[in-house]
Design a protein around this ligand. Structure first.
Ligand SMILES: Nc1nc2c(ncn2[C@@H]2O[C@H](COP(=O)(O)OP(=O)(O)OP(=O)(O)O)[C@@H](O)[C@H]2O)c(=O)[nH]1
Ligand SMILES: [Mg+2]
Ligand SMILES: [Zn+2]
Length: 342
C-alpha cells in the first residue's frame, strides 16, 4: 500500500533548498554578548555583558560555523546554548564581534603565521626589566610600532630598578611621548610605584606584555589582590625567565577596568605590518612627512623631516631626538628571534 508523506520524510530527506538553507549562518537572535577573559585549549571563559545574568562567568567553545577565526582574550563574542554558567556546562561562541584593534605577531619571517594575542585594548603596558633578564630594545620597538599602528596607548614599565639603573635608551621613548613607569622590590618604594601604575589603569582595558621573568604576574598580583597568578624566579645561569604564565587571562581591577596578564614572549614578528604606518601616530611628524617625496623612507638625506629639524634653532635639539626616535621605530626588523637577539 502506498504510504503518504508525513513530517518525518521531510526531515529525513530534505530537499536541496532546505539543505542549503541549513548551511546558512543562523541568526541567533537569542544570543548573549560576552567578554572573553581567558582562552585555554579551546575553552573560553566569557563574562556575560547583558541580561539578568550580567557578570556571570560562562565557559564556552567556538562553534564549528566560526571556522578558523580565533577567539582571543578581550574579544566581544555572542554566545548561545547553556549560558547558566553552572558547573560542567558549555556554551557555544557563534560570533566574534568586530574588533576595535588587536595585538598580533608573526612567528616567522615569511609572515605566514599571524597570531593574535589580545583584542579591544585601550593600553599596552610594555614591561621590561632593567636587568635579569636584560632589556632588549628590539622587543620594545616592535611592541611600540604595533601599539602606534593599532592606536593602543603605550606605557613602558621598567621593573627591577633595584638591580640596575633605568637603561639610558629609555630617553628615546620618552622623546616620543611614551610614559615610563618604574618598579623596584624595595619595600619602601614599591607601594607608591604600584599605586601610580594602578592610577593609570582605572576603567581601562590594559594588557601587560614582555619577556618571561620581567615581573608581569608579580605586578598583577599587587594590582588585583585575589588574582593568585603564579610567579617564577629567573634562572641564574641563563638570565631568562621560566615561562611561568602559559596563557592570557583578564582580571577585573578593584577600581574598575581590566588588566590582562600574558605569557612571556619569545619572538614578536612584525612581518605583517609596514612600520611606516607609525608616522601617523605623531600628528606633528606626520604633517611634515606628508610633504616628503613619495616612497620616502624618512631615512634619506632629502627627507622633509631633516629640514624640519633645522627650521627652528630653539627646538632643534628636541626635534632631532624626536625624529631619531621615530626613525629607529621605522627601522625595526620584521622578525628576530628575541631569545637570541643581542
Ligand atoms: N628585584 C626585583 N625582582 C622583581 C621585581 N618584579 C618582579 N621581580 C621578580 O621577578 C621574577 C619573575 O616574576 P614574574 O612575575 O613571574 O614574571 P612574568 O613576567 O610574569 O614571567 P612569565 O610569566 O614567565 O612571562 C620573580 O622572582 C619576581 O619576584 C622587581 O621590581 N625587582
Ligand atoms: Mg607571568
Ligand atoms: Zn621623509
Amino acid at each position: 500500500m502506498a504510504r503518504e508523506y508525513d513530517e518525518s520524510d521531510v526531515r529525513i530527506r530534505p530537499t536541496r533548498t532546505t539543505r542549503r538553507r541549513s548551511k546558512d549562518r543562523p541568526s541567533h537572535s537569542d544570543s548573549h554578548t560576552a567578554l572573553v577573559i581567558s582562552v585555554d585549549r579551546g575553552r573560553s571563559g566569557c563574562v556575560l555583558q547583558d541580561g539578568p545574568q550580567k557578570g556571570q562567568l560562562v565557559v564556552a567553545m567556538k562553534a564549528r560555523e566560526l571556522g578558523p577565526k580565533s577567539v582571543v582574550v578581550g574579544d566581544s563574542v555572542e554566545i548561545v546554548g547553556d549560558t547558566t554558567g553552572d558547573e560542567g556546562t558549555l556554551a557555544r561562541i557563534v560570533k566574534v564581534n568586530e574588533r576595535t584593534n588587536s595585538l598580533s605577531r608573526t612567528v616567522d619571517d615569511a609572515a605566514k603565521l599571524e597570531r593574535t594575542i589580545v583584542a579591544n585594548i585601550d593600553q599596552l603596558l610594555i614591561v621590561v626589566a632593567s636587568a635579569n633578564p636584560e632589556p632588549r630594545r628590539g622587543l620594545i620597538d616592535r611592541f611600540l610600532v604595533s601599539a602606534f599602528i593599532e592606536k593602543i596607548h603605550p606605557i613602558i614599565v621598567v621593573t627591577k630598578i633595584d638591580v640596575a639603573p633605568i637603561p639610558e635608551f629609555m630617553e628615546k621613548y620618552a622623546a616620543l611621548g611614551v610614559e615610563i613607569m618604574t618598579t623596584s622590590s624595595k619595600v619602601s618604594d614599591r607601594p607608591a610605584q604600584v599605586a601610580e601604575i594602578a592610577a593609570l589603569l582605572n576603567n581601562k582595558i590594559s594588557v601587560l606584555v614582555g619577556h618571561s621573568g620581567v615581573g608581569k604576574s608579580t605586578l598583577i598580583n599587587e594590582l588585583v589582590p585575589d588574582a593568585g597568578r603564579l610567579t617564577g624566579d629567573v634562572n641564574d645561569v641563563t638570565g631568562r625567565g621560566r615561562h611561568t604564565s602559559s596563557s592570557a587571562v583578564a582580571l577585573e581591577l578593584p577600581g574598575g577596568g581590566w588588566i590582562i596578564d600574558t605569557p612571556g614572549i619569545r619572538a614578536f614578528g612584525l612581518a605583517h605590518r609596514d612600520p611606516r604606518e607609525v608616522v601617523e601616530a605623531f600628528p606633528d611628524l606626520a604633517e611634515v612627512a606628508a610633504t616628503c617625496m613619495s616612497h620616502c623612507s624618512h631615512a634619506e638625506e632629502s627627507c622633509a623631516l631633516n629640514q624640519w629639524i633645522t627650521a627652528d634653532p630653539q627646538q632643534q635639539e628636541e626635534r632631532q631626538l624626536r625624529v631619531e626616535s621615530l626613525r629607529s621605530l621605522l627601522d625595526v626588523k620584521s622578525y628576530v628571534d628575541l631569545e637570541h637577539e643581542q
